[in-house]
Design a binder for this molecule. Structure first.
Ligand SMILES: [Zn+2]
Ligand SMILES: [Zn+2]
Length: 310
């Protein structure tokens, strides 16, 4: 028996989840394909092309927002899948508030000695700096190690299997837009497929759909109804989290706090995720100016309540 073998590392299983996760992209594509076939090909295109004027107008009222939401949700989806949520630069050290810590940039020796002497006496704790034993690197405030990605993620919210990526400081907005547009799309699909079923069950003898089309529209209807109901919970939950400047991971920590240190007012909390340019709020994009002026979008520094009140 070989006792020299290393013990199995449970975190390797987590990285396996990431590989498995790529199947989720195929599943998302399959759900979109089934819904597209049911809503566009089976139910509404025939009404647009062969129905009367009012039927064609109604079909346009469904098909135009359907395609608009589809473009926005796919765009947001690819942005959240492929955008890095934010990683800690190697040997990252915090930048200090010069006045409050009485450290001058020219006095680099004093700076280093002060950091090392104070690190054990609470300076790092005061600045919310941790250390990751897996990455062997400092952890900025709100940063957490993800055992699936096997790295530290800035302002980590959660690891999402649907997007095969961590949701963090730099892609949280894209995740929220994906959530919102998918929710609106599934509501629209459910409403758009509902009359088809009422007609079918109300007049079963004279229906024109084939059994195959009926099966596809039924599956699409059930899927969209189920997703719209479950996404409603997520939309409500994340709206509350954005407005209170809390990540999913921090919910427990916030419950224990009398006042939440990162909550600097609803408008500013919102802007820390969506930026200040209204034109970009509903698009998975940021303006260059916002990326420069809002440190929270970079994921390394966050204004605190005490800074704002001071
Ligand atoms: Zn780490
Ligand atoms: Zn992750």
């Amino acid at each position: 028996m070989d006792f020299g073998q290393a013990a199995p590392n449970p975190f390797r299983l987590c990285s396996g989840l990431r590989v498995l996760g790529y199947l989720m992209i195929l599943m998302v594509a399959a759900i979109i394909a089934v819904t597209y076939y049911a809503v566009v090909i089976v139910v509404w295109s025939p009404r647009l092309l062969h129905g009367g004027l009012s039927s064609a107008a109604l079909a346009l009222a469904v098909l135009v927002p359907f395609h608009l939401l589809l473009v926005l949700l796919i765009w947001s989806y690819f942005m959240v899948v492929f955008r890095d949520p934010g990683t800690v630069p190697v040997n990252w050290r915090p930048t200090f508030d010069v006045e409050s810590l009485e450290i001058t940039s020219s006095d680099s020796v004093a700076h280093e000695s002060r950091l090392s002497s104070e690190s054990s006496s609470g300076l790092e704790r005061r600045l919310n700096i941790g250390y990751c034993n897996f990455c062997q690197n400092n952890k900025p405030p709100r940063c957490h190690h993800c055992s699936v990605c096997q790295r530290c993620v800035l302002k980590m919210d959660h690891h999402c299997v649907w997007v095969v990526n961590c949701v963090g400081a730099r892609n949280y907005k894209f995740f929220l837009l994906f959530l919102l547009y998918t929710f609106l799309e599934t509501i629209l699909d459910t409403l758009a497929l509902l009359p088809h079923f009422i007609t079918f069950f109300g007049d079963a003898k004279n229906h024109s759909s084939s059994a195959q089309n009926l099966a596809v529209t039924f599956i699409a209807f059930v899927l969209n109804l189920a997703f719209s109901l479950s996404l409603l919970c997520f939309v409500v939950m994340h709206s509350s989290l954005v407005l209170s400047n809390t990540t999913t991971i921090e919910v427990y920590e916030k419950k224990k706090a009398v006042t939440w240190k990162y909550d600097i007012g609803r408008r500013k909390n919102f802007e820390q995720v969506f930026g200040t340019k209204k034109i970009f709020w509903f698009l998975p994009l940021f303006s260059e100016k916002d990326l420069e002026n809002i440190p929270a979008l970079g994921g390394l520094e966050f204004p605190m309540r005490s800074d704002v009140e001071a």
